[in-house]
Design a protein around this ligand. Structure first.
Ligand code: COA
Length: 258
């Protein structure tokens, strides 16, 4: 598959997708969103990939937002389509992805950039990172799930403050608020991210997929996360990974999942 705005590399069961528009601070235009969707779709059935890492190219930005130059003349209808297509094809798609997706935030994560990071399952940020949802300073609301996911991650009051002020926060503050999981130096970001990803590659893919489903279930209208958990838990029983994982424990050896 050929891409214009992203790079993909898979090594040791970890696939890294790099958003590659450094001259535009990796701003998310419609083509980039489409390419990210297509890449993730392909990786979802690729057995050489167990974890996905998303990062930005260059040293300045993860993603500095949706591409303002692309949407600034859009009509209401086009704005609706932009938000709906983006949410469905990328942001919700990542949140519900069956393999862990980790955002390695290597600089500015603004607007759609922070929304992309928030759709990922885990966020690790380098110290040069500045994060925020500055949309109201442009006369618009966040449109890629930011009003919902930010409140889920850091609480309603803090989400209100960050969105209504359009302020940016640094990585340390982001970690304190629970927006990011870890903070590293710029040099250590990718190595640190890979170490966490590597640990995940040793675990059962089917149990990981089921766990992601259970955790997300708590945030879905009309779903009862506890019931989802009972179903997913019981579905694991006598699966190939369950047999290998539990037998390895009994036999005092390390599990080897396929
Ligand atoms: N959409 C489109 N282009 C963007 C962009 C975005 N969200 N963010 C940055 N760019 C482009 C700039 O227009 C500039 O392009 P040019 O060189 O062709 O003029 C290039 O990326 C570099 O950005 P620049 O503003 O010169 O860098 P800076 O270091 O002075 O400032 C930021 C960095 C992140 C503070 C600034 O680019 C910015 O405020 N970006 C928009 C952030 C935003 O509002 N995001 C939410 C969008 S909904």
């Amino acid at each position: 598959m050929k891409f214009e705005n992203i790079l993909i590399e898979t090594k040791d069961k970890i696939s890294t997708i790099t958003i590659n528009r450094p001259n535009k601070l990796n701003a998310l235009n419609i083509l980039t969103i489409k390419e990210l969707h297509n890449a993730l779709e392909a990786l979802s059935s690729d057995n050489s990939c167990k974890v996905v890492v998303i990062t930005g190219s260059g040293t300045k930005a993860f993603v500095a937002g949706a591409d303002i130059s692309e949407f600034y003349k859009f009509s209401k209808q086009e704005g609706y389509q932009l938000s709906q297509d983006g949410q469905t094809n990328l942001f919700d798609f990542i949140e519900n992805y069956s393999k862990p997706v980790i955002a390695a935030i290597n600089g500015y994560a603004l607007g759609g950039g922070l929304e992309l990071a928030m759709a990922c399952h885990i966020r690790i940020a380098s110290k040069n990172t500045l994060m925020g949802l500055p949309e109201v300073s442009l006369g618009v609301t966040p449109g890629y799930g930011g009003t919902q996911r930010l409140a889920q991650l850091i609480g309603k009051g803090r989400a209100m403050e960050l969105i209504l002020s359009a302020n940016m926060i640094n990585a340390e503050r982001g970690e304190k608020l629970g927006l990011t999981n870890h903070t590293t130096t710029q040099d250590e970001l990718i190595q640190f991210t890979y170490e966490l990803a590597r640990k995940m590659t040793t675990n059962s893919s089917t149990a990981i997929a089921a766990s992601i489903k259970c955790i997300n279930s708590n945030f879905k209208d009309g779903e009862n996360g506890y019931i989802t958990e009972i179903n997913e838990f019981s579905n694991c029983f006598q699966s190939e990974d369950f047999i290998e994982g539990t037998n390895a424990f009994i036999e005092k050896r390390k599990a080897k999942f396929k």
